[in-house]
Design a protein around this ligand. Structure first.
Ligand SMILES: [Ca+2]
Length: 425
């Protein structure tokens, strides 16, 4: 009896051990199955994780904390900062690690504080390593100066330590008015001197292109020398033009993403058609992932001569869509029909910062702040260029503004579509 009792208690002791072994075997089999699926179809896992990452844009223009982290942890981010004023103008931030490049700060002196609010999340070391002032028009340089209070200005050049300024080589503007007061251009010159006194190197784009006076044609933005900022040759750096826009500093940003692939991003300021023709003749331009539409989507920029070479995959227009701030003629209102007729053969991925709200005499966001960022951190499978917008990620052709105001046969929106849409509204 004693023996049987002992056997029974020994069996009871073995039961949980057996159960644990079975659970371990089942778990092992599940792990092996998942591992096999991952090896055969990694996309299924990525898709599952993407659902968790499915980002819903906020209703306001505020950047939520989590997305700042997501963007700043990217290898490279390119931000088109939406103006907080009813006007078209450029302000582009490029960020690689702690290195920032700010191209222009438009459109107005008063918008400088909004730009600084945006930069607060991204330039956290107080140093903007490079500032490019493309040309002397106010919608590009005004925020570099800012507004004055008690004699001191609050613009970008006064608010940050600036590493290097790369500026236009020429302008047709005077630095003083007839009565001897400084113009905005005059105040810009003072701001540049302020930055120079505080340690900034100041070069013209021509200095850079020729690698003269201490300037370089190529600046690497990362330690590994995979991301380079290349100052292109623009004929109008050293030849006169009646059009200020043609003096624009032109820059190609190149990112080596693998041994086989380099991504390119092109910035041409407000360069006009004759400038674009010469840009194509004088530089060996590649096809680009991203092109900042020249001159806010004007009919005089983004011409076929340039587009047929760069074949842009994504286009950002920094403008107040529909606002007739310069010219009431419909054909001149940004982004123009002529621009759309040329760009629509290359891509549908066209994004616009803000739009006019004429009824309320103000403006509204369109995509808002537009950020393209390249991420490899989560592995090669997910590597690629991503888009984040503070308002929404709708492409231009899908917006009500486009449907009511523009047409594109390429994008499947005819004149009669536009007319019937207008009747419905
Ligand atoms: Ca910095």
């Amino acid at each position: 009896m004693a023996k049987r009792k002992s056997n029974r208690s020994s069996d009871a002791a073995k039961r949980p051990a057996k159960l644990l072994t079975r659970i371990a075997i089942v778990l092992l089999i599940i792990v092996i199955i998942l591992l096999v699926i991952y090896l055969i179809r990694p996309d299924l896992f990525n898709r599952a994780f993407d659902q968790f990452n499915d980002y819903k844009p906020p209703a306001t223009g505020e950047l939520p904390e989590g997305d700042v982290t997501e963007i700043t942890s990217a290898e490279l981010s390119i931000h088109f900062i939406a103006p907080e004023v009813r006007a078209s103008g450029d302000c582009t931030l490029i960020k690689v690690g702690e290195t920032e490049v700010l191209i222009d700060a438009g459109p107005t002196q008063g918008n400088a504080s909004a730009i600084k609010d945006y930069l607060e999340d991204y330039c956290t070391d107080g140093v903007i390593e490079y500032v490019i002032a493309t040309h002397a028009d106010s919608d590009h340089i005004a925020g570099l100066v800012g507004t004055s209070s008690g004699g001191s200005y609050n613009g970008i050049l006064y608010s940050y330590q600036i590493g290097t300024i790369i500026q236009f080589n020429q302008t047709n503007k005077d630095d003083e008015t007839a009565s001897g007061n400084p113009t905005l251009y005059g105040r810009y010159l003072t701001a540049v001197e302020y930055a120079r006194d505080n340690g900034a190197d100041v070069y013209t784009a021509l200095d850079c292109y020729n690698s003269q006076n201490g300037a370089q044609s190529t600046y690497y933005l990362d330690d590994e020398h995979k991301i380079s900022m290349n100052i292109l040759y623009n004929y109008y750096y050293e030849n006169a033009s009646s059009d200020e826009n043609n003096y624009s500093v032109c820059m190609l940003l190149s990112q080596e993403v693998s041994a086989e692939q380099t991504n390119h991003y092109l910035f041409t300021g407000d360069l006009e058609e004759d400038g674009e023709e010469r840009l194509v003749q004088n530089n060996d331009l590649p096809e680009v992932e991203l092109y900042k539409a020249g001159h806010h989507g004007s009919k005089t920029s983004s011409n076929d001569c340039l587009l047929e070479v760069i074949k842009p995959k994504n286009v950002v227009v920094c403008c107040c869509a529909g606002y007739n701030e310069y010219d009431a003629a419909e054909e001149n209102i940004f982004p123009t029909q002529a621009f759309i007729d040329r760009i629509d053969g290359y891509t549908q991925n066209v994004y616009v910062t803000i739009m006019d709200d004429g009824e309320n005499n103000t403006f509204a966001p369109m995509n808002g702040d537009i950020v393209f960022y390249y991420k490899t951190a989560e592995g090669e499978e997910e590597a690629g260029l991503r888009l984040w917008c503070s308002q929404n990620t709708a492409v231009l052709k899908d917006t009500d503004w486009f449907k009511a105001n523009r047409t594109s046969e390429e994008w499947g929106w005819s004149q009669s579509d536009k007319e019937s849409f207008a009747v419905q509204q």
